[in-house]
Design a protein around this ligand. Structure first.
Ligand code: ZN
Length: 498
């Protein structure tokens, strides 16, 4: 059947959007009993997606698109198809099969190991995951370090060399800021841990998401244990949050974070729908964001640069206090803003404050790189982890549950995704510094509770382009480097040690 490249990619996108919907359902609605059959359903569709990319007819269609005098954006789409074909062709089917088998047992083993703190239960699985990752890196090929192709799946073009420089510079910059921040008296934060009925939290989070421009006609806010955002094209972009009745910031900043991801997907140009610039054909994921790092920059920008700013709460604190009059009756706006920005080093990444968060990421990235190049043995991960926690954060890890078993990523077989969290933080600061320098209407809008100028600026610069421009290209366009933490460090210094 002769189909155009547009038709073929559109069908591929349909399959991957269906996977997104099955995943959303699995994490939000599905009863526990559906897990096994759902796993088969998703695996089948992923297999079909891979076959569609590797179909020789897809290759011919891409070649034809490149031979004509197509506009640049269509040429780029065809090139993205070809790159994905090369990528998937290099990974042997047997390796994929072993990876799929591995992922079935690793999750349960990790859950049990984490519950008991017994690393030995997870160790053989992690060994297998690392072995498979090293095999995959060999199959994909690399010039520098075996970590390069692993990180590259999440952040195209990322290399261990760039990431090492980036994290070293960042770590050296953060530690003195942390010393200054910790020498200051801690603000009052007792009120964050009071009783906050979940219904009130849900009402406020729905309000705040909409206030920030999240369109409920094209989205919905649900509950999930591990909050996430996922899109079924730009007109159906769903977010989730979680509700802790005794810790208010979790739901508020979780919701703002996911709304930031969602605005990116909702802001893709309508012409990109079902196209290559709204499809990650290497990661096999229907998404309009150009990379995981760029995606995270949009969530962090909204969560930290806007959502934790005094100007933001000058507009919204009254509403929050009206929602929780008893809990916040004795709390001033200034006290609230100080509490949500307090620095308090802890053992857990997902609960870390803004200043210490990247130190958590850094230690994971170093461990992953060392596992990939063989300089660290899987058996020595707990020791390496605990030593890094001591060195980076001055904390003793009491058990592996609070240490190297805390994240789900490795059990899913993901190696190489952690850097994108910090790349996102850094990119957010670079973009915000640029907007502050060139578009004062953005900050003025935030002060007035009007986020239209922010949407306009981010839409022009980032959202509308989908995957047609890389993160590095977008940053180059504003005179910023893809792995330059200078702007981020300046922001952290100003905020926490200024
Ligand atoms: Zn995120």
């Amino acid at each position: 059947m002769t189909l155009s490249l547009t038709d073929r990619v559109g069908r591929l996108n349909d399959v991957l959007v269906s996977v997104n919907l099955l995943n959303w359902d699995a994490r939000v609605m599905m009863p526990k009993g559906g897990a096994e059959t759902r796993g088969h359903q998703i695996a089948t569709l992923m297999g079909i997606a891979r076959e569609m990319i590797l179909d020789p007819e897809m290759g011919k269609a891409a070649e034809a698109a490149l031979n004509g005098d197509a506009p640049e954006i269509a040429r780029r789409a065809a090139q993205a198809v070809q790159e994905a074909r090369v990528h998937h062709a290099r990974i042997p089917a047997a390796l994929l099969r072993r990876q799929a088998e591995q992922s079935i047992t690793a999750g349960a083993a990790w859950t049990e190991a984490r519950r008991t703190g017994d690393f030995a239960l997870f160790q053989p699985h992690l060994q297998n995951i690392v072995d498979l990752a090293r095999e995959k890196a060999q199959a994909l090929g690399y010039d520098g370090h075996p970590y390069d192709p692993m990180a590259g799946v999440f952040e195209p073009g990322a290399t261990a060399a760039q990431l090492t420089r980036f994290f070293d510079q960042l770590g050296d910059g953060i530690r003195p800021i942390l010393d200054v921040a910790l020498a200051r008296p801690a603000p009052r934060s007792d009120f964050l841990f009071r009783d906050y009925p979940i219904a009130g939290q849900q009402a406020f989070c729905g309000y705040i998401a909409e206030a920030l421009g999240y369109d409920m006609d094209r989205g919905r806010l649900d509950t999930a244990v591990h909050p996430f955002e996922i899109s079924m094209t730009r007109n159906d972009v769903r977010i989730t949050s979680r509700w802790n009745p005794n810790y208010l910031p979790m739901s508020i900043f979780g919701t703002i974070h996911e709304a930031g991801h969602a605005l990116y997907e909702m802001g893709a140009d309508p012409s990109l729908t079902r196209g290559a610039h709204a499809t990650d054909m290497i990661g096999l994921y229907a998404v309009a964001g150009t990379s995981f790092g760029m995606h995270e920059s949009q969530s962090r920008l909204l969560e930290n640069h806007i959502g934790r700013s005094p100007a933001f709460w000058a507009v919204h604190y009254g509403r929050l206090r009206d929602t929780f009059p008893e809990q916040l009756g004795d709390v001033s706006e200034e006290e609230f803003v100080a509490a949500i920005n307090r620095v308090s080093p802890g053992l857990t990444r997902v609960e870390a404050d803004e200043l210490t968060y990247d130190l958590h990421v850094m230690l994971r990235v170093k461990i992953e790189m060392a596992l990939m190049d063989g300089s660290l043995k899987v058996a020595d991960v707990p020791e390496a982890w605990n030593a890094a926690m001591r060195e980076n954060l001055g904390l003793e890890v009491p058990d592996n549950s609070a240490g190297c078993l805390q994240d789900v990523h490795w059990s899913h077989g993901y190696i190489g995704s952690f850097p994108t969290y910090t790349v996102g933080n850094s990119t957010a600061a670079q973009i915000m510094a640029y907007l502050d320098a060139t578009q004062p209407a953005v900050r003025a809008g935030v002060t007035a509770g009007d986020y239209a100028p922010l949407h306009g600026a981010l839409g022009d610069l980032i959202w509308q382009h989908g995957r047609s421009r890389s993160r590095a290209e977008i940053l180059a366009g504003i005179g910023a480097g893809a792995y330059d933490p200078t702007a981020y460090l300046a922001y952290l210094r100003d905020k926490f040690a200024g």
